[in-house]
Design a protein around this ligand. Structure first.
Ligand code: SF4
Length: 462
């Protein structure tokens, strides 16, 4: 597939809908031509589940989910569960759904909805399949049932997420993803966009829910998988990322959740985010920060950063390729770049010869590591430096960052920040919004040191 668009997954479509009876094959071709690499087509009852399996059998890039929607909850009995059990053994069936509670339309009695929801969660756990959850005006009970049934054992996704931020955080804590459809593009839907903004992209999926919920550009018309791109574009705008970033990250999320596609596990020395190229030159650190995501996962914005070895200068240059393709090149990665000071200087010199700005993201402890003031050595090589201040006191710093240099580290970071401006044109202090950190005081410390300050969202760390 080479459509010129970054490949995206439509994680929730209803391709069995009679609205596609006249042009289903053309709709699927249009999706492929628009870069939609995979589609999940979702069952709502036994009949539609069977139809979706037939569609998935016909097209390599289409997978199916089977389940009974709360509207049809009265369909659930022992025989229906046996039929679902059989369907779930099909190799193209990757999830159980959509199931849940719908207290907006109340098409089935609520006690029957709850029972069908619980029974199907138990089936998913028996067969180790992720769940696709429908929730309409039943937020508290949906979360309560997910918790009581230990749905976290299989995980899944809250499709067309419509809860508030508190609910979003509960679902994330249960290990669930949240999926967003076309309405995030509607001008009046600021509430949902605020939730998207507040949660990590590595827990978000995009979907169409087609033929329903067309994005703004086609509002009121029939929706189709090709249009998932408009939702992804809006997501990129909200997150300040490129469409390519959103496509890579949300596709990876789908591949992980539904065990489809191919997850790129190759370790990256250089990786692109927006128009910047980031360099991952070591996984070693002076600190061992309690908020560091590398202790649970070495993936940053869809890039695998666990190094097999520390790259040489030549390997780093090769990984960069042509520096002039990027707006800036940043020494960052999952590790402290200034532990490899000689390599940083050598590669930065080569990049600067090509007139491309160079930035370093650092913990600010390099002077302790090297036993001298290394800042003069960076003069003329580095255009900007972002230094992790992370705290407003030595005690707070040590409890968060657990530095190998102990309590003197915080003062060393502050000294580094203060002196950096003599050698590097742009200096910024940062702090991670870890619960309990006094951000206002940390910002005040940065101001007192005479530099700008940026709060890094806890979930963006890495
Ligand atoms: S947050 Fe940065 S400095 Fe802290 S342990 Fe992780 S990579 Fe190292």
């Amino acid at each position: 597939m080479n459509s010129g668009f970054p490949p995206l997954v439509d994680s929730h479509a209803h391709l069995d809908s009679s609205q596609y009876d006249g042009d289903r094959a053309e709709t699927i071709t249009r999706a492929r031509d628009n870069g939609i690499s995979h589609i999940l087509t979702i069952g709502c009852d036994l009949e539609s589940s069977a139809k979706n399996i037939a569609i998935a059998e016909e097209y390599e890039q289409i997978y199916a989910a089977v389940g009974v929607h709360p509207h049809d909850a009265t369909e659930i009995n022992a025989a229906a569960l046996d039929k679902l059990r059989l369907m779930l053994s099909h190799p193209k069936v990757v999830a159980l759904g959509e199931i849940g509670l719908d207290y907006f339309r109340d098409r089935s009695p609520r006690d029957i909805q709850r029972n069908a929801f619980r029974e199907q969660i138990r089936l998913a756990k028996e067969l180790k399949k992720p769940l696709i959850i429908h929730d309409r005006d039943a937020h508290d009970e949906v979360v309560q049932i997910l918790e009581e049934e230990d749905a976290a054992a299989v995980g899944g996704v809250l499709h067309c997420f419509s809860g508030d931020l508190a609910m979003a955080q509960k679902c994330l804590a249960l290990g669930f993803y949240l999926s967003f459809p076309g309405p995030i593009t509607y001008p009046k839907n600021a509430l949902t966009r605020n939730i998207v903004k507040a949660i990590p992209l590595d827990r978000i999926l995009v979907e169409t829910d087609c033929p329903y919920l067309a994005p703004q550009k086609y509002r009121g018309k029939r929706n189709e998988p090709a249009y998932v791109r408009y939702t992804a574009e809006k997501l990129a705008e909200i997150k300040g990322l490129s469409l390519e970033d959103v496509a890579r990250i949300t596709s990876r999320n789908c591949f992980d959740l539904f065990t489809i596609g191919t997850v790129d596990q190759s370790s990256k020395i250089a990786y692109k985010i927006r128009n910047s190229l980031y360099l991952n030159i070591t996984n070693r650190c002076t600190n061992s920060c309690i908020f560091c995501a590398k202790f649970s996962d070495f993936v940053v914005k869809g890039h695998a950063l666990k190094l097999t070895h520390e790259p040489s200068v030549e390997e780093v240059k090769q990984a960069i390729g042509d520096p002039t393709r990027y707006a800036e090149i940043v020494f960052c990665g999952y590790g402290e770049p200034l532990l490899r000071l000689d390599l940083v200087k050598s590669v930065a010199r080569w990049i600067k010869e090509q007139q491309i700005p160079v930035r370093v993201n650092t913990d600010g402890l390099a002077n302790l590591v090297h036993g001298r003031n290394i800042l003069p050595e960076l003069a003329g090589l580095i255009d900007s430096i972002s230094i992790s201040l992370n705290a407003s006191s030595a005690e707070e710093y040590q409890s968060l960052c657990r530095s190998a240099y102990g309590k003197k580290s915080y003062q060393a970071v502050k000294d580094f920040i203060q002196q950096a401006g003599q050698y590097i044109p742009e200096v910024r202090a940062t702090a991670v919004t870890y619960p309990g950190v006094d951000m206002a005081r940390a910002e005040q410390v940065a101001q007192d040191l005479g530099v700008s300050f940026r709060a890094r969202e806890y979930h963006e760390v890495g």
